[in-house]
Design a protein around this ligand. Structure first.
Ligand code: PLP
Length: 386
């Protein structure tokens, strides 16, 4: 069966008593034991909870993994994953990384003796130089947020395997509809399901999918022991969003492609960072390993003075953090999502004061272009270039 059909049917054949097409919200934390030594399979909701289980099984199946774990946020999912590591362990991590993941590694995991080094995860020489006897894993975002750098997952996970390292991939931006890292050799996939999977800017959630029995058992132990699990209402809401993932991703992609091409031609824009564009350095690898493109991209203005008036003049597009929802949002990574990354690193990778990130929603592309057009024209007037 194709992914579209799996998505539309999440949970719809699982409820045996009433035949409800929408799987119910089991708002219960405790489950009666039939007898001493017997269980219905559910004992206590932190360990296993019926609505969450349906979501977790769907996630594992969509990502071609063996087990899924739903968490209370993407950061909760990353915290659970990082708890696989112990004092003295070392990780190799994508240089252009979501700011919250960087903050978790540098301000919290470092206190527990887990160190991280940051590198362009396409640069095998650079990665080999960072390799230490205590290196345990590689963490990759592809595309990266916000600069949309692409890593060749098959090549890097084969390298990691040859060095005995785990490959962890943050697949938030593409979702399993467009990219399945486990099929390309990854061991663990993580999502901020708050983004495209939920899709409506209304549920905070994280997902982990693991490959392999031992790793899946370790993750189940950590998920239950740390307890950053997703509640039944949010599990239901996330499944409800995921049912339309295929339709939404296709629309996000076509809108983002049209708007990226429009901005590329605009006189106020220096460059547009979107892997669907043929001049993007990751274009070919992206086409090889993914069946489509995400709905977010970043663009660099020629003049930093444009930023403030653009953010003030956009009307249909909201000036807000987050990404992946049906509503279009624009953000300023250097002062918002990536503020916790030291300025030297931000400058090195290009997250500077001229960069804006655009999460293109599912509105009509013409309306989004018209909104950008008027905001750019107003900004130009205000800085005296009209
Ligand atoms: C790529 C990526 N990973 C992880 C996260 C963290 O997810 P959450 O906000 O759901 O905790 C985010 C949030 O923006 C993200 O963009």
């Amino acid at each position: 069966m194709k992914m579209e059909s799996h998505l539309a049917q999440i949970g719809s054949v699982k409820e045996p008593v009433t035949g409800a097409i929408s799987f119910p919200v089991y708002q219960a934390t405790a489950f009666r034991h039939p007898q001493l030594g017997q269980s219905t399979g559910f004992d206590y909701a932190r360990t296993k909870s019926p609505t969450r289980t349906v979501l977790e099984e769907a996630a594992a199946q969509l990502e071609s993994g063996d087990a899924g774990f739903a968490c209370s946020s993407g950061m909760a999912a990353l915290t659970t994953i990082f708890s696989l590591f112990s004092q003295g362990d070392h990780l190799i991590v994508s240089l252009d990384l979501y700011g919250g993941t960087y903050r978790l590694l540098e301000k919290i995991m470092s206190r527990f003796g887990v160190a991280a080094s940051y590198v362009d995860t396409n640069d095998l020489d650079g990665m080999s130089e960072l390799l230490q006897s205590n290196t345990k894993a590689v963490l990759i975002e592809t595309p990266t947020n916000p600069l949309m750098m692409i890593t060749d997952l098959e090549r890097i996970s084969a390298w990691a395997k040859s060095k005995g390292l785990l490959t962890i991939v943050d697949n938030t931006l593409l979702t399993p509809f467009f990219q399945r890292p486990i099929e390309l050799g990854a061991d663990i996939v993580v999502h901020s399901a708050t983004k495209y999977l939920g899709g409506h800017n209304d549920v905070l959630a994280g997902l982990i999918v693991t490959k392999g029995k031992e790793l899946s058992e370790q993750m189940a132990f950590l998920h239950n022991s740390l307890g950053a699990v997703l509640g039944p209402q949010d599990s239901w809401l996330l499944m409800r969003g995921m049912k339309t993932l295929a339709l939404r991703m296709e629309r996000h992609q076509s809108n983002a492609t049209a708007i990226a091409n429009y901005l590329l031609e605009h006189e106020a824009i220096e460059d547009v960072y979107y892997p669907a564009l043929p001049h993007h350095p990751g274009h070919e690898v992206q086409n090889k390993q993914s069946s489509g493109n995400t709905g977010i991209f970043s663009f660099r203005l020629k003049d930093a003075r444009y930023v403030e008036p653009i953010l003030r003049h956009i009307k249909l597009i909201a000036f807000a953090e987050s990404l992946g929802g049906v509503e279009s949002l624009m953000t300023y990574p250097a002062v918002q999502t990536h503020a916790d990354i030291p300025v030297e690193i931000r400058q090195k990778i290009g997250v500077d004061d001229r960069l804006l990130r655009f999460s293109v929603g599912i509105e009509h592309a013409d309306d989004l272009i018209a909104d950008l057009e008027q905001a750019l024209a107003a900004a130009k007037r205000e800085i005296g270039e009209a």
